[in-house]
Ligand binder design. Structure first.
Ligand SMILES: NC(=O)c1ccc[n+]([C@@H]2O[C@H](COP(=O)([O-])OP(=O)(O)OC[C@H]3O[C@@H](n4cnc5c(N)ncnc54)[C@H](O)[C@@H]3O)[C@@H](O)[C@H]2O)c1
Ligand SMILES: O=C(O)[C@H](O)COP(=O)(O)O
Length: 385
């Protein structure tokens, strides 16, 4: 039996994906955490924990170095909520351009008056603009950004994208009418709309601050559905002579109670569809890792998936240094264990080795020998089901 612990509300469809070999939130020695945005940065992980799956995109709530040092594989579910974010961003672009929030306030406040004639005079206050023909800059063209950029093309906008780390996979998804720009300041100059879809890390914290706002076009509208801190909120508040509106999923006291700020309570990925997608993907990720050692979509391990055709599989997470595979296979040879198939790959400082074997001898001793290699973070033995 494997034990799964959840911290956030996880969609039932995801929890129901687990087979009868899994218990959820019942025991004290979890093999897996299935989480959303819970902050784990200060949490001490139990020794039993082997995998953390984040249903969603952002992993800035997970201490990646500590998890890796503890031999824990970390995953997310790329793209599972991208469409939900795209729809929210596009709706906010339209709502701000058409002054929907101010118009709603007006109508709400005048609800008791006979306004049917008055509105025909007052509606001039809510004259808006259209997206068609306007310029938009999308910063970050991954799962969310690529969808936003393509939808903006569909809406007849002139779309530019800025992403110095664009992956080949993402590049394939992007409409060829999206212009790729390589200088952020040049890119900001002409955009009527600027929307940011990047992960939060050291480099992206404060990505949009005073200098970047100064480079923006007058009256531009800024969208941050990525994370608090990627946009410097103080710089935004200080520059509302330049920025028309700031729409964000991440409020704080600096931007509170400001009519030029439209804040939502981190609902970008909060649709039934996205929550189901993320939870189902995360549950499958956990099962594939625990039962097969697969690491597809891992954040801290190389992506590996090896057909499991032998009776037993060793998976070893270790530092990416010479002679690891040599030491491990020597232990197996000394125990007269025959290797059926194997693979090894590295991601930065960490490597992962999968060794399928035809027979087993002294398995406890073998696991102990592997685990005692100083560079090994975790060694596991999986029985084929
Ligand atoms: N509001 C929400 O509920 C919600 C939902 C989903 C994602 N998010 C946030 O949005 C982020 C992006 O999500 P995603 O699914 O598109 O992730 P993703 O990993 O698919 O895409 C991120 C993109 O950002 C690019 N990038 C990284 N650093 C950059 C930089 N300095 N400048 C420009 N581009 C840079 C990467 O190359 C990548 O293409 C997530 O990390 C998360 O923080 C928020
Ligand atoms: O990074 C994400 O996927 C989003 O911010 C959604 O987070 P949530 O699952 O906690 O709503």
């Amino acid at each position: 039996m494997y034990q799964v612990k959840t911290f956030n509300a996880i969609a039932d469809k995801g929890l129901n994906t687990f087979t009868n070999d899994y218990t959820i939130n019942q025991e004290k020695n979890p093999d897996a955490y299935l989480i959303r945005s819970v902050n784990l940065l200060k949490v001490q992980f139990p020794k039993s924990l082997k995998v953390i799956a984040r249903a969603g995109a952002g992993v800035n709530n997970i201490p990646l170095k500590e998890a890796t040092d503890d031999g824990i594989a970390v995953f997310n579910t790329p793209g599972s909520n991208a469409n939900a974010v795209k729809e929210l961003v596009i709706s906010m672009m339209i709502a701000t351009s058409r002054k929907v929030f101010a118009a709603y306030d007006y109508s709400y406040q005048n609800i008791h008056a006979d306004i049917s004639k008055q509105v025909e005079y007052d509606k001039a206050k809510f004259n808006g603009t259209e997206l068609f023909g306007k310029n938009i800059l999308v910063i970050g063209l991954g799962n969310v950004g690529s969808l936003v950029a393509n939808e903006a093309v569909n809406l007849g906008m002139n779309v530019s994208g800025y992403d110095p780390y664009l992956s080949a996979d993402s590049a394939w998804k992007i409409n060829n009418r999206v212009h790729r720009l390589t200088n952020l300041y040049q890119a900001l100059k002409n955009a009527d709309y600027v929307t940011i879809h990047v992960p939060k890390n050291k480099e992206t914290t404060g990505l949009i601050s005073t200098k970047e706002i100064a480079a923006m076009k007058n009256n531009a509208i800024l969208f941050n559905y990525s994370r608090l801190g990627i946009v410097d909120n103080q710089a935004v508040v200080d520059n509302f002579n330049k920025i028309q509106f700031y729409c964000t999923d991440f409020g704080d006291d600096v931007i509170a109670n400001n009519k030029k700020v439209i804040t939502t309570p981190h609902i970008g990925g909060s649709t039934i569809e996205a929550e189901d997608n993320g939870a189902i993907k995360a549950a499958n990720t956990i099962m594939n890792f625990l039962e097969n050692g697969d690491t597809v979509n891992s954040i801290n391990l190389p992506s590996m998936k090896l057909p499991f055709n032998a009776p037993y599989r060793f998976t070893i997470m270790h530092r990416n240094v010479p002679n690891m595979v040599g030491q491990i296979t020597t232990f197996l040879a000394n125990a007269h264990v025959n290797i059926n198939n194997m693979a090894n790959a590295a991601k930065n400082e960490i490597a992962y080795t999968i060794i399928d074997v035809d027979n087993l001898n002294y398995e406890k001793q073998l696991l102990q020998q592997m685990a005692e290699i100083p560079e090994v973070k975790r060694a596991r033995l999986i029985n084929h089901r």
